[in-house]
Design a binder for this molecule. Sequence first.
Ligand code: NSS
Length: 429
Amino acid sequence: MWVRIEDIGEYEGKEVEIRGWLFNSRSSGKIHFILIRDGTGIIQGVVVKGEVPDDVFELADELTQESSIIVRGIVRKDPRAPGGYELGVKDIKLVHLSESYPITPKSHGVAFLMERRHLWIRSRKQNAILRIRAEVVNAAREFLNKEGFLLVDAPIFTPSACEGTTTLFEVDYFGRPAYLSQSGQLYMEAACMAFGKVYCLGPCFRAEKSKTRRHLTEFWQIEPEIAYADINDAMEVAERLVACVVERVLERRKRELEMLERNTEVLEKIKVPFPRISYDEAVKILKEKGMDIEWGEDFGAPHETELANSFSSPFFVHRYPKKIKAFYMKEDPDNPELSLSFDMLAPEGYGEIIGGGQREERLEKLKESIKRHNLPESAFEWYLDLRRYGTVPHAGFGLGIERTVAWICGIHHVREAIPFPRMLDTLYP
Ligand code: NSS
């Protein structure tokens, strides 16, 4: 019977078949130990001379790393084995003898590995990260579905910019310019007026021209949007969403977190509500720490890292100056220089994982803002319609999947938090 290594515990004492690849092997003359991986886990197969036909024993010795094999054997409990079980091998069928595999158990440089990303994802650590990524996405979707948010897909080809014109990817759309979506937000604003509470989940594209550990040119966002909601309502959903995602990963991906040697103390302590500080307070904190920042400036990576080192829980920074935020942000009624915007920053130095806020719902104010940002009003006529026909206060946010995964996994760079990263100098494989 063909079984998955992750389920092997259910088959103790039984004969099973594993279909996978040779991860590693060693030999002590009369016994060959073969580590078999099948994508769900790794198990050690023990091949003993005399207990298998001679040709199988020889084959076990000749197998190269990543050769594809179908192995039959008896499942035995063994507390010394990594997963707690090993396989007493009875037979091995060779599917393909791998050519010399470039990624060996010794360590390699990142550039070498990135060029072989299509193979690198087979390795244990990368496998664990991408499993956690899938858990994060599933958990976020289930949370929003349960909360009554409707999934509405946003387009990728768009006629206008959502997050500023400096990072737009322009494509030729039958002779007209079009842009790859930077965010599904504007479409979610239309959708929330149709369905109440909505979200989209999809790739976003930004021509980020600087190399940082936080920026990809193609990344994924999950973006909820709520009609009849204000900035506080959006922050509450955001913190409950993040707490739920973290709890779910701790519960279901313990093995992967261990594989990554993630210290989970901070993750285990996460509880809502998260701390909230205003932009004004954040600037004060940074100045006290001796950072170079003036009121009115946006935070750069070092500022975010510094702030994120001051907290042991995710936290919000809210009410940024209007002039450093996108055109759609609603003005703070208590101070026209500020916007009803917020970011959520992850602790342990990780920085921004969510951006969001309350949207400007008044037609005239929004038109003024579009003008101030030098955006072409004609491309936004449809968006302005939302303020002409039954406009209401509304708010939402976008959670960046890769930054969230990088933080939860405790990895340094977002490039490992997506299967096939796209960056300034990376378009292969
Ligand atoms: O630019 S954001 O701060 N906000 C928006 O795009 C809003 N339109 C979302 C909304 O309200 N619906 O980006 C949101 C998040 C940000 O916090 C990061 O986690 C992630 O998207 N993000 C990125 N991740 C990786 N690489 C890049 N370049 C990147 N840009 C944003």
